[in-house]
Design a protein around this ligand. Structure first.
Ligand code: PLP
Length: 399
């Protein structure tokens, strides 16, 4: 008998399954707006010029030694400047415990494990909806999950009143998962004023904000602007946690490079917290990979390369923003009586279109357009070449 005869196949990942179906479709018209990775206007994956330049500098000069358990100190230092601000007093005071992580996913998971280990009775409040993997991450870390209102299906915007009620009604000192910018999957972010109110209420309730920042720079085109929510919470004197990823904003998806940080009360606490984060990482993967972190630290510590990166990240954000306008204009030109304003109000990689699962099925079956059944369109997959076809198909299935 087999040891593993009782093992059933796992449920398909809802996002990766879309790509599989897309690849299997022989139609020349097919469009993939399922995948959350940037594409250029020809639908091709992009390697940034600043990344190519950094790789050129690394080539032949790199030994293959292990990084420390907490990863590259230089990469971590540069990442903290991006998130907390170049001149942050918290960095000067060494109050931030931080380690290199296996991209954003690894940062979230490390935090969830840390939360379980040191606050075993705590829960995590997660927005509805959220990136599906958040549920898996906190589930596998055995942290109980609660939800809070976020998206309003009718306005296709933020349900701010319900969100605030949930913040007020959660037990004092609760943990909340917040998307720092470019909320996935909805593309709906609170306004600056709303962030200030949320921060104020968190203070009243003594909640702990954990920011997942997978898209810094990718939303507005400016990493400083996209860090605004975090900066507001910092100004208000919160202690925070933060997951950073270079997957999207540097196009380093497969390199798995990111950073987990926790702002502590003082340096002593930060030293203790960092040592515990390292201890959680040690039996899982010992230390993180070296190549991607070198690319990041070379780019961010060289003023010329950094300004090139800023230009390139703005280029990606701008292309997406212009595709939003074009898609909306096309739908309006076709005479669609529905409102498509949310396409341009939403921000970041995704448009939460409001298409029903049945309408998505029609898009796929009749038009070879692939996306997740929640109606999430990856704007990164929309190009000058396919936006007209996409608009027409959406118009046909929403008539
Ligand atoms: N968090 C959010 C909200 C995301 O959308 C993603 C990627 O899709 C991630 C985290 C993590 O991505 P990665 O692990 O590739 O950095």
């Amino acid at each position: 008998t087999s040891w593993f005869s009782h093992v059933e196949p796992a449920a398909k990942d809802p996002i990766l399954g879309v790509t599989e179906a897309f690849l299997a479709d022989p139609s020349p018209d097919k469009v993939n707006v399922g995948v959350g990775a940037y594409r250029d206007d020809n639908g091709k994956p992009v390697v940034l010029d600043c990344v190519r330049e950094a790789e050129g500098r690394i080539a032949g000069n790199l030994n293959m030694e292990y990084l420390p358990m907490g990863g590259s100190n230089k990469m971590v230092e540069e990442s903290l400047k991006l998130a907390y601000g170049e001149d942050s007093e918290f960095l000067k005071d060494k109050r931030v415990a931080a380690v290199q992580s296996l991209s954003g996913t690894g940062a979230c998971r490390l935090f969830a494990d840390f939360q379980k280990r040191f606050l075993p009775d705590s829960q995590i409040y997660i927005p509805v909806p959220t990136w599906a993997n958040h549920h898996n991450i906190w589930r596998d870390a055995r942290v109980p999950q609660r939800s809070f209102h976020y998206y309003h299906p009718e306005t296709k915007g933020l349900d701010f009143a319900a969100l605030m009620d949930d913040v007020k009604n959660a037990p004092n000192g609760s943990f909340f998962l917040l998307h720092a910018c470019a909320h996935n999957p909805t593309g709906v972010d609170p306004s600056e004023e709303q962030w200030r109110e949320i921060s104020y209420q968190f203070k009243v309730k003594n909640h702990f904000p954990f920011f997942d920042m997978a898209y810094q720079g990718f939303a507005s085109g400016d990493p400083e602007r996209d860090a605004k929510a975090i900066r507001i919470f910092l100004e208000d004197g919160h202690l925070i946690g933060c997951a950073q990823s270079y997957a999207k904003n540097m196009g380093l998806y497969g390199q798995r490079v990111g950073c987990l940080s926790i702002l502590c009360e003082d340096e002593l606490q930060a030293v203790a917290v960092k040592s515990q984060l390292q201890q959680i990482a040690r039996p899982m993967y010992s230390n993180p990979p070296v190549h991607g972190s070198l690319i990041v630290s070379i780019i961010l510590s060289d003023p010329e390369l950094k300004s090139q990166w800023l230009k390139e990240v703005k280029g990606m954000a701008d292309r997406i923003i212009s595709m939003r306008s074009t898609l909306r204009q096309n739908l309006e030109k076709l005479g669609s009586p529905l409102s498509w304003e949310h396409i341009t109000n939403q921000i970041g990689m995704f448009c939460y279109s409001g298409l029903t699962p049945e309408q998505v099925d029609r898009l796929t079956n009749d038009f070879h357009i692939y996306m997740t059944r929640n109606g999430r369109i990856s704007m990164a997959g929309v190009t000058t070449g396919n936006v007209g076809y996409l608009a027409n198909a959406i118009h046909e299935v929403t008539k």
